[in-house]
Design a protein around this ligand. Structure first.
Ligand SMILES: CC(C)(COP(=O)(O)OP(=O)(O)OC[C@H]1O[C@@H](n2cnc3c(N)ncnc32)[C@H](O)[C@@H]1OP(=O)(O)O)[C@@H](O)C(=O)NCCC(=O)NCCS
Length: 266
């Protein structure tokens, strides 16, 4: 069993393209509720069924690292916007999680009591990023992107995108939250930040944001509302659910770590 202190964030990473063992995949299916099995069967493409199955196994086995609850025994409820939370009464007030999946990578962020949101995106998936930005981003973010040389735009677009998604996922409100009414501050030599239009009910200093590039193809963002706690470092674990896990260290020579917002008093 692992412990997670109130000042810690753990992020578990599963690489679905590396998981092919049919026995293991069958064991993952055994962990799912009937409702999850029904949903899994509704996916038309095998790759989507696979992604769904590994996601369920990742969530269930990850949470069981922090509690005596068996992976098959986790139960979940959703808020009015669809954010899944733990329903098991023994732990529902002391463990929070959030999941994100994209081609080639699935992540599950875990915290004690803090609201947490995570997002991972595969950067080769989208082109015409300015058009997408003009639809979803704030005027400030669009202006910043337009000012960049074209070859930098896609990279910065994904920084904005993943951080914005992580924030709205931490809030648990999905796309009902107005994406254009808050801005991510990504300036060089400045901590990662977030600012809100005056009519948005939130404050910048409630939030800590992180941005990482765990592989050449992926950007990954975390948003956590520490509510007074002094958050320590984020720990990453690479896992093959039900089999093994190890601390995941990004390769040192490829600028994988982008920004970390420091506590103001550090
Ligand atoms: C549903 C949404 C919360 C995330 O969607 P997404 O980025 O496509 O998908 P992700 O893989 O990051 O996250 C999906 C997971 O988030 C969780 N989730 C669902 N609703 C959620 C909510 N309201 N809040 C937080 N998490 C939520 C679920 O666990 C879900 O996975 P599951 O269905 O397998 O359990 C929502 O933000 C969305 O639809 N975004 C679309 C992307 C977009 O247009 N972004 C605009 C540019 S920033």
């Amino acid at each position: 069993m692992l412990t997670i202190e109130p000042n810690e964030i753990h992020v578990w990473l599963a690489f679905p393209d590396e998981l092919h063992d049919t026995g293991l995949l069958a064991a993952y299916e055994q962990l799912m509720t009937q409702e999850e099995k029904n949903r899994q069967r509704q996916f038309v493409f095998e790759k989507d069924r696979h992604q769904y199955t590994v996601t369920r196994a990742l969530v269930r086995t990850t949470l069981s690292h922090y509690s005596a609850i068996h992976p098959a025994d986790w139960r979940f409820c959703k808020n009015e916007y669809g954010k899944p939370e733990i329903a098991n009464t023994a732990v529902k007030d002391s463990l929070r999680f959030n999941v994100s999946h994209t081609k080639g990578l699935i992540i599950c962020g875990v915290a004690r009591r803090h609201a947490i949101g995570v997002d991972v995106e595969n950067i080769y998936r989208r082109n015409a990023v300015l058009n997408i930005a003009k639809r979803y981003f704030s005027p400030q973010e669009i202006m910043n992107l337009e000012a960049l040389p074209e070859k930098r735009q896609k990279e910065v677009f994904f920084c904005y995108w993943t951080l914005k998604e992580a924030y709205i996922k931490a809030r648990g409100m999905g796309l009902s939250f107005p994406l254009e009414k808050f801005s991510i501050c990504l300036a060089d030599n400045e901590p990662l930040g977030i600012s809100f239009d005056p009519d948005v009910n939130d404050q910048s200093d409630r939030w800590r944001l992180w941005l990482f590039k765990p592989t050449d193809n992926h950007y990954m963002a975390l948003a956590v509302c520490p509510e007074g706690a002094r958050l320590g470092k984020v720990t990453f674990m690479k896992t093959v659910p039900l089999q093994q896990h190890e601390v995941f260290l990004f390769e040192a020579n490829s600028l994988n770590y982008l920004h970390e917002r420091k506590d103001k008093d550090e």
